[in-house]
Design a protein around this ligand. Structure first.
Ligand code: 13P
Ligand code: SF4
Length: 310
C-alpha cells in the first residue's frame, strides 16, 4: 500500500475505533507524525492514565504498552508489533528478581523499578520510576530503607550521584546506550566544537561525564529549546532526532560525528512501522494482555509513581 493510502486508512480507522495513538520519542518519524501524543515514558504513562479513548494503540515497546494496560484493564491496548521488546527489560526476569529478594530477605529491600521492565517485575516492586522522575522518586523512599534499583545499572548509578542515596543496583543495561563510548563522543565534539552534548542517563559514566545535560528524552526537547546553544550532539536513540528537528527547526542536531550517522537505532523500537500500525487498527490485534493477579499487584507501584510525580 502507498504511504498516502496507509495514512488515510489510519485516519479513518482511528475515528471508527475511537482509538488514541500514543508514540514514544524513539519511533520513526512517520509514526510520530500520525500519533495523538508523542513523548517519553513518563508523559506516555500520564496520557494512558488520562485517556477516555476505548482503544489505545501504543507505538513503542512492549513494557510501555503493558504499562498502559495495567492502568486501563478494561480498555483494549494494541501494539503494531508484539515482538517490540526491550533488551534492558529482558535483563531482569521476574523469577531472577524473586530469587534474589528471597536470598536477601534480611535486607528487607525497598524495590525501585525503572519502568523498562515486565509487569511481573513491577508486581514485585514498591515503586516505579522513569528517567524523567527517577531522582524525585528515590528521594521519596523512606529514610533508612535499603533500596534495590532494577534493572538499569547506569540510570541507578546516575540517581545515586544526584541524590547521594546509596542503592544496590541490578546488573542490567540497554544495548543502545552502552554502545556510545567516551571516544565516540569526543570525536563528535571535535567535529562539532560549538555543540552541547545531551545524553540519556542509560549511558555509561564515561559518556555522562562528557555531557552538558543528562536527562530523559522529553527533557532533551525542553533543554535544547531553552538553552542558548544552536547545535547539540544527541546521545540517545536516533528516533529522538526527528522530534528535535521538527520542533526546533532553527537548531542543529547531530547523532554523532556526521549528520547522517545513525549508529544507535533500537532494533525493538524500529519493529513498528506505518503499515503495521494500519493493520493493527484494521484487525484490532496484536493485543497486549496482562494476567489479572499480576496486573493488580503491578498497578500499586505504578499508581504510587504517578502520585509521587504530580
Ligand atoms: P525515556 O523515558 O527517557 O523516553 O526513555 C525510555 C527508554 O526506553 C530509553 O531507552
Ligand atoms: Fe529498551 Fe534500550 Fe530500546 Fe529503550 S532503547 S526500549 S532501554 S532496548
Amino acid at each position: 500500500m502507498e504511504t498516502n493510502d496507509l495514512l488515510a486508512g489510519i485516519e479513518k480507522l482511528r475515528r471508527e475505533r475511537r482509538a488514541v495513538i500514543l508514540a514514544h520519542n524513539y519511533q520513526t518519524g512517520d509514526l510520530q507524525d500520525v500519533a495523538d501524543f508523542v513523548g517519553d515514558s513518563l508523559g506516555l504513562s500520564f496520557q494512558a492514565a488520562g485517556t477516555d479513548a476505548e482503544v489505545i494503540v501504543f507505538c513503542g515497546v512492549h513494557f510501555m504498552a503493558e504499562t498502559a494496560k495495567i492502568i486501563n484493564p478494561r480498555k483494549r491496548v494494541l501494539i503494531p508489533d508484539l515482538e517490540a521488546g526491550c533488551s534492558l527489560a529482558e535483563s531482569c526476569p521476574a523469577s531472577a528478581l524473586a530469587k534474589y529478594l528471597e536470598e536477601n530477605r534480611e535486607k528487607d529491600y525497598y524495590v525501585v523499578a525503572y519502568i523498562n521492565c515486565s509487569a511481573a517485575v513491577k508486581a514485585l516492586s514498591d515503586v516505579i520510576c522513569t528517567s524523567g522522575n527517577a531522582e524525585r522518586i528515590v528521594r521519596r523512599v523512606p529514610e533508612g530503607r535499603n533500596i534495590l534499583f532494577v534493572p538499569d545499572q547506569n540510570l541507578g548509578a546516575w540517581v545515586m550521584e544526584r541524590t547521594g542515596r546509596k542503592m544496590d543496583l541490578w546488573n542490567g543495561s540497554c544495548h543502545v546506550h552502552v554502545e556510545f563510548t567516551q571516544r565516540s563522543i569526543e570525536e563528535a565534539k571535535r567535529a562539532h566544537p560549538r555543540a552541547k552534548v545531551v545524553a540519556h542517563p542509560e549511558c555509561t559514566l564515561a559518556v555522562r561525564l562528557l555531557a552538558d545535560e543528562v536527562c530523559s528524552t522529553e527533557r532533551m526537547v525542553s533543554f535544547c529549546r531553552e538553552d542558548e546553544a544552536e547545535e547539540f550532539i544527541v546521545v540517545t536513540e536516533a528516533g529522538m532526532l526527528h522530534r528535535l528537528r521538527k520542533e526546533l527547526p532553527h537548531k542543529r542536531f547531530y547523532a554523532g560525528p556526521t549528520e547522517t550517522c545513525a549508529c544507535n537505532d533500537c532494533r525493538f523500537m524500529k519493529k513498528n512501522t506505518l503499515e503495521k500500525l494500519y493493520l493493527c487498527l484494521r484487525d484490532m490485534e496484536p493485543e497486549v494482555t496482562v494476567e489479572e493477579e499480576v496486573r493488580r499487584r503491578a498497578e500499586v507501584p505504578l499508581r504510587r509513581m504517578l502520585e509521587w510525580s504530580r
